[in-house]
Design a protein around this ligand. Structure first.
Ligand SMILES: [Zn+2]
Length: 235
């Protein structure tokens, strides 16, 4: 039995903290990665900022539409195994990812915090009506009112929703085991969530590169897909 499997099956209250590395096996590249798509003049930090959305809505829209959407991607084994723990009432997933893959894997809504929002939830900035993402991918203009549509995601310069912060902090305080997966864990405030953990909680990271962890944290360095393939869930 692998170390990760042992840890997960001894736990009763797990928090999974996940990032882009969880979705790469579903074909979604990390837009922050160096060999990513974007050797452009404007940085992703600008193109995904509130300023860009307001000043250059067309530029913002074209960037988002052509670089972030992978509507045909499917949850992989990592999403599925995490979902199984969530469905068994043993885990809450807090993700930085906006790709909807944890949601698609069947995690109960009350056990999923999409910390940075969800690309597939679209609303009109003028009348606040929700529209299907397919409509948004055809046009950024809301036909009903002429307002500009946007995804319900947290852009650079925008704050995290209070509700998501509160749910996350509560989950961290109650967790006996925290598993960080597929994230370099350097983006704040997400990375700061770990500070809210119970002092007795076990902290584990599954990542290709070593990341900085609290004292006694366990680093499982390797491919998360391979690690989660070997996880079995006790009935
Ligand atoms: Zn509207």
């Amino acid at each position: 039995m692998t170390e990760l499997n042992k840890i997960l099956n001894r736990a009763n209250k797990i928090v999974f903290l996940t990032g882009a590395g969880v979705s790469t096996a579903s074909g979604i590249p990390d837009y922050r990665s160096k060999n990513g798509l974007y050797a452009q003049k404007k940085t992703p930090e600008y193109l995904l900022s509130h300023t860009c959305l307001i000043r250059e809505p067309e530029t913002f829209y074209q960037y988002v539409k052509h670089n972030l959407y992978y509507p045909n991607s499917k949850p992989n084994i990592i999403h599925k195994k995490m979902a199984a723990f969530a469905k068994a009432g043993k885990a809450i997933i807090i993700t930085q990812n906006i790709d909807n893959l944890h949601g698609q894997s069947g995690v109960p809504v009350d056990r999923l915090v999409e910390f940075h929002g969800n690309l597939y939830k679209i609303y009109c900035q003028k009348c606040h009506q929700r529209v299907p993402y397919q409509t948004y991918l055809q046009s950024m203009h809301h036909q009903n009112c002429g307002g500009i549509l946007r995804a319900d995601v947290v852009l650079y310069e925008e704050g995290i929703k209070q509700e998501n912060l509160q749910k996350s902090v509560l989950a961290l305080q109650q967790a006996d085991t925290i598993v960080v997966c597929g994230t370099s864990f350097v983006v704040y405030p997400f990375a700061g969530l770990i500070e809210y953990r119970n002092s007795n909680a076990k902290v584990v990271a599954v990542n290709k590169e070593t990341i900085s962890l609290p004292e006694k944290g366990i680093m499982i360095k390797g491919d998360a897909v391979q690690e989660f393939e070997q996880v079995t869930i006790k009935a």
